[in-house]
Design a protein around this ligand. Structure first.
Ligand code: NAD
Length: 377
């Protein structure tokens, strides 16, 4: 059983944890463990994960996984040989579970690894995801799963053909305050949804990083951070946008080369009549805010998508749901999805990422042409 005790262990602040409302927990979280995998604890079967890409976010995920009760880091795949012994020592990883980018297809012969988590530059996700799927492993990809909709479809098809799941590291889909706002909206407590504002940005530093190379990033701020407002608009409003308009500005064309968007303002229209107004930028800090307005209430999250603590309030007062380590909860929840068939409140699958990719493509087109771009709902 995924007990209240184990959930509380994932809270970053025990005082806040005491105000935990069961309503924010998915039925998945609370359901009992029934199936078996290579390894089982009292919390259920354990997802045995190999991380592919041992960079800064891979490191954060690995550290967070140490507190998981239903997921365990058991393998690594890296293009940098010197990193492997360091990770082996830190996480007690046996040599038989270590691979490089050349030999990692052999992972198909390794029964001790259930899933591969791809945490490399955006444009490399597609090939690594498809190789992991062909090796018969469950696949988790970091966001943006794909740099365009065509690649997203190819990845979804490859995973389907291989009979494996494709999940995406949408950690906010498991964040308690975010889920409370979604619960309020679904329960009608905000009335008819009219408006969403999403502000996502930071100042991009090192010019030599892959994020500033279009061949590896697939785009600029929009692919990296603006995607939080795209995805947030969709899960906050609870509908798929039907039109997009966008305007791009670039204060520093030397710093942000062609193919790397610096600042894009975009607007989305939803079938129910709601509109969204969002900003994606690599040129401003302190920009991590969501605001959802309905006919009878509002919700604000600020910061909305950073690593935490997430803070927020609604017309009823401050949100008091507990702070969590996002990556710990994400990996335990993904274990439930992959090994026990749990359904998350907000999807975290390849189709969800395809919808983001379609909106981002439309935003780029609208910014380029100055035209309103229609999307199918
Ligand atoms: P990073 O530069 O710190 O690490 C990238 C890793 O990929 C490095 O270990 C690098 O050696 C490896 N790599 C593999 N192929 C490479 C190539 N062709 N060129 C360069 N490096 C290559 O980057 P990061 O911040 O860890 O980001 C990795 C992915 O994680 C990105 O897709 C990013 O969007 C995503 N990310 C997600 C979150 C989140 O909160 N969900 C946060 C940060 C990053």
């Amino acid at each position: 059983m995924y007990s209240r005790r184990t959930f509380l262990q994932k809270m970053t602040g025990s005082a806040a944890a005491l105000s935990l409302s069961p309503a924010i927990l998915s039925t998945a979280v609370l359901s009992a463990a029934t199936s078996s995998a290579g390894c089982t604890t009292t919390d259920g079967p354990v997802l045995r994960v190999a991380i592919l890409g041992l960079g800064s976010y891979g490191t954060r995920v690995a550290e967070a996984m140490q507190a998981c009760t239903k997921a365990k880091l058991v393998g690594v795949i890296s293009g940098t040989p010197s990193k492997i012994p360091v990770w082996q020592a830190k996480y007690n990883i046996p040599a038989k579970n270590c691979y490089n980018y050349e030999n990692f297809d052999q992972i198909k012969n390794n029964p001790d690894i259930d899933a591969v988590y791809v945490i490399t530059p955006n444009a490399t996700h597609k090939d690594f995801v498809i190789r992991a799927a062909k090796a018969g492993k469950q696949v988790i990809s970091e966001k943006p799963m794909a740099i365009n909709a065509a690649e997203a479809r190819e990845m979804i098809a490859a995973c389907k053909a291989a009979g494996v799941h494709l999940l995406v590291g949408y950690r906010m889909h498991f964040e308690p305050k975010t889920l409370e706002v979604i619960r309020m909206r679904k329960a009608g407590e905000l009335g008819k949804i009219l408006f969403f504002q999403g502000l996502s940005g930071f100042v991009s530093g090192d010019p030599h990083q892959w994020r500033r190379n279009p061949k590896l990033s697939g785009g600029g701020a929009m692919m990296d951070i603006g995607i939080y407002s795209v995805n947030g608009a969709r899960y906050m409003v609870g509908e798929e946008p039907i039109w997009v308009t966008a305007q791009e500005t670039k204060n520093d064309p030397d710093k942000f080369v062609p193919g790397i968007d610096e600042t894009i303002l975009f607007q989305l229209g939803f079938p129910g009549g709601a509109v969204a107004s969002c900003l994606s930028t690599y040129d401003m800090n302190n920009l991590d805010k969501f605001f959802l307005n309905g006919s009878s209430g509002y919700a604000e999250l600020f910061p909305a998508t950073g690593y935490g603590p997430t803070k927020g309030r609604t017309n009823k007062g401050e949100l008091t749901q507990p702070d969590t380590v996002h990556q710990t909860v994400q990996m335990d929840e993904m274990s439930g999805i992959l090994l026990q068939g749990h359904k998350p409140i907000v999807p975290v699958d390849g189709e969800e990422a395809l919808r983001d990719a379609l909106v981002i493509e439309a935003i780029y087109e609208a910014a380029r042409t100055g035209q309103k771009v229609l999307l199918r709902s």
